[in-house]
Write a protein that binds this ligand. Structure first.
Ligand SMILES: Cc1ncc(COP(=O)(O)O)c(C=O)c1O
Length: 466
């Protein structure tokens, strides 16, 4: 059979509600044109994020009922720890309530002011946690990774020459760790090849620097390796994952993605002394090391999710459903980051809306338009999320811009697909809505920033029409 189907049937449904165009106009204005400020019931199809928004399986719900809520040493912890060790192979597992808590613990122990942390591309919370320690987060994705239309099988790869140059420039002692984000969320959900992980590990270890993987979408990345990299087609996804992580010294993980859970995360290492320090800090802010901010039932759901996410029929459907959306909207001319990534489609808002300057946020303007058109929520990954506010150099900027704002490299709109939550007809609806917005793209206006927080401003920023 050529047709790729959803490899599940539906046992429980959650109604979604249509609103009128006029209602959405009022709602959007009241939300200051920031879709994070919407009530979820005012959204029809929610593509804001694939994080914690997926559907759990019947096996996961059954496991939830087994949750052992003992404060210390619960059976759920032991099942969780065993599942993490079996999948990733690290010696020490530190549970956290989500990915950023693992990042905060890792960077507050490993980084000092003036340090430099290279990554293919830091995700926003990763960058913020590095910078919060006074360290510098440097993105070193390969040049093709920054060109939306460039076709490359592993566009998430790190530029290893740039990495060597950076280490030589700042000195080994200022690089406490190197990270690779798999897949590279901020640059299109693009995968990283096994060869690249191996090469980065060799450079890191030659300098005595530990390599960490930001493992959020490890299974999607592994499946891309199986499909695209020579020598891997006959290996199981589990074997590929084991090899990927064998090159690393540790990882951070948000189980809200490829853990197939609604909450949770963890931090792993093979270094006993480091693990002890991390556990000590964990107790201060997250909880005892056998639950780390999670309920026993959450640990159970993750333990099952880590096993289910490696099923090849699931991964085949997962990558096919993302590709389906990408191919259908690019067919009508919508510019997207090519090739489609593992968890989301990214529209190149700069190319689609060339009449809107980056500092009037074309990605954010497009997100608002898609909501107005059809009640679809998406998220900007561009100058709202990654624009920088730099010391005022005194140069003049047109009035009305947030002063000293520097745009991001790319202006993207991300349509993240929650795992196992929507069907093909939902995706067809999204395709129609995007096509309609694309046809009237010349009429879309930009936005002006009226409020921004000092960190992670995209969550709470407010805008008005430019
Ligand atoms: C690549 C990457 N790293 C880290 C995180 C942070 O995880 P969490 O949202 O669980 O804190 C995310 C979340 O979207 C992510 O995509």
């Amino acid at each position: 059979m050529q047709t790729i189907i959803e490899p599940f049937r539906i046992k429980s449904v959650e109604p979604i509600r249509m609103t009128t165009h006029q209602e959405r106009k009022t709602i959007l204005k009241a939300a200051h044109y920031n879709l994070f400020a919407l009530s979820a019931e005012d959204v029809l199809i929610d593509l804001l994020t694939d994080s914690g928004t997926g559907a759990m399986s019947s096996e996961q719900w059954a496991a939830v009922m087994r949750g052992d809520e003992s404060y210390a040493g619960s059976a759920s912890w032991r099942r969780f720890e065993a599942a993490v060790k079996a999948t990733f192979g690290f010696e020490f597992v530190i549970p956290t309530h989500q990915g950023r808590a693992a990042e905060r613990i890792l960077f507050s122990i490993m980084c000092e002011e003036g340090d430099v942390v290279p990554n293919n591309t830091h995700f926003d919370t990763t960058r913020a946690n590095v910078e919060y320690q006074g360290a510098k987060a440097v993105d070193l994705v390969i040049p093709e990774g920054k060109v939306p239309e460039a076709i490359h099988p592993f566009k998430g790869n790190m530029d290893t020459h740039a990495l060597e140059e950076l280490i030589a420039e700042v000195g080994t002692e200022r690089v406490p760790l190197i990270m690779i984000t798999i897949t590279n969320n901020s640059m299109g959900g693009q995968p990283v090849s096994m060869a690249n992980i191996r090469e980065v590990a060799a450079i890191a270890h030659q300098h005595g620097i530990p390599l960490y993987l930001d493992a959020c979408r490890f299974a999607e990345n592994a499946f891309f390796i199986k499909l695209r990299e020579e020598g891997y087609k006959d290996l199981t996804v589990k074997e590929i994952v084991a090899e990927m992580f064998s090159y690393a010294d540790g990882c951070t993980m948000s189980a809200k993605k490829d853990g197939l859970a609604n909450i949770g995360g963890f931090l792993c290492t093979n270094d006993a002394a480091l693990a002890q320090q991390e556990k000590d800090l964990l107790i201060l802010t997250e909880g005892f090391p056998t639950y780390g901010g999670l309920a026993g039932r959450d640990l159970e759901a993750i333990a099952v999710g880590l096993e289910e996410v490696l099923h090849e029929d699931y991964l085949t459907y997962r990558l096919a459903s993302i590709r389906y959306l990408g191919e259908h909207i690019s067919r009508v001319g919508v510019p997207i980051v090519q090739p489609p990534g593992g968890h989301a489609i990214y529209i190149d808002a700069k190319a689609m809306l060339p009449h809107i300057p980056p500092l009037e946020f074309p990605g954010q303007a497009l997100a608002c338009e898609l909501y107005l058109e059809a009640g679809i929520r998406s998220t900007e990954i561009g100058s709202v999320m990654f624009g920088r506010t730099e010391p005022d150099s005194g140069e003049s900027r047109p009035s009305g811009y947030a002063r000293r704002d520097v745009p991001a490299d790319m202006e993207l709109l991300r349509l993240a697909i929650p795992r196992r939550a929507y069907t093909q007809s939902h995706v067809d609806y999204v395709v129609e809505a995007i096509t309609n917005v694309f046809e009237r793209r010349q009429d879309i206006r930009g936005l002006k920033l009226t409020y921004q927080a000092p960190y992670l401003r995209h969550f709470t920023a407010r805008f008005e029409r430019a």
